[in-house]
Design a protein around this ligand. Structure first.
Ligand code: URA
Length: 215
């Protein structure tokens, strides 16, 4: 797996398999079921890069031929926190790659009057100080939801925190870095920017609608 580092904290995973699947997702005619499957597959591939430096513990096992000390990843030390609702597809792909990882959820919406991000749901495992939190959302657009989610998760004192998305806008990267310069961002692409409605261009449109077929 290869990755390109843009700035100090943005890791763009430029592996051909990731880029190929991202192109299929971008296509307007890609069906909702294919889009959902591709989102999950890419996320599993991103998980490889994100966990590259995750600690291993050695356990004694017996192969059919010999006893040996062999490395295991302690998946329980990872918590995938999905920003609802579109983060679900990303979380599913990571959990497929690391089935023993724990899961958390955060629900946020933007109040139209105040323009403030409001939390309506949060649930994370206990003992977060023992764990690495992977906060996931398909898009890093304005960065407001990601910033609010990360602030909330930081309140649980995770050992480490990483943000994972498929496509980031430069505006979202800058915004997130302003508030959380310590949080690395892993993504498959950094696109041109945001349109006046806050969609990432060229992007792939509304991720939630495309994942769940709600449009
Ligand atoms: N959210 C989406 O689903 N798509 C975008 O392009 C931006 C935010």
């Amino acid at each position: 797996m290869t990755s390109q580092t843009v700035g100090t904290r943005v890791h763009v995973i430029d592996h051909p398999l990731v880029q190929h699947k991202l192109t299929l997702m971008r296509k307007r005619e890609t069906s909702s079921s294919a889009f959902r499957r591709l989102a999950s597959e890419i996320s599993g591939l991103l998980a490889y890069e994100v966990t590259r430096h995750h600690p291993l513990t050695f356990v004694r096992i017996n192969t059919p031929l010999k006893s040996m000390s062999a490395p295991l990843l302690d998946g329980k030390k990872l918590v995938v926190i999905s920003i609802m609702r579109a983060g679900t597809a990303i979380a599913d792909g990571i959990i497929d790659a690391i089935p023993s990882a724990r899961m958390g959820h955060i629900g946020l919406y933007r109040d139209r009057k105040t323009q403030m991000t409001v939390e309506y749901y949060f649930k994370a495992p206990r003992n977060m100080s023992d764990r690495t939190a992977l906060v996931v959302d398909p898009m890093l657009a304005t960065g407001h939801s990601a910033e609010a989610a990360i602030t909330r998760v930081k309140g649980t004192n995770p050992r480490e925190l990483v943000f994972i998305c498929l496509i980031a806008a430069p505006e979202g990267v800058d915004y997130l870095h302003t508030y959380h310069p310590d949080v690395p961002i892993y993504c498959a692409a950094v696109d041109e920017g945001l349109d006046p409605s806050g969609y990432i261009v060229p992007g792939f449109g509304d991720a939630g609608d495309r994942i769940f077929g709600t449009k």
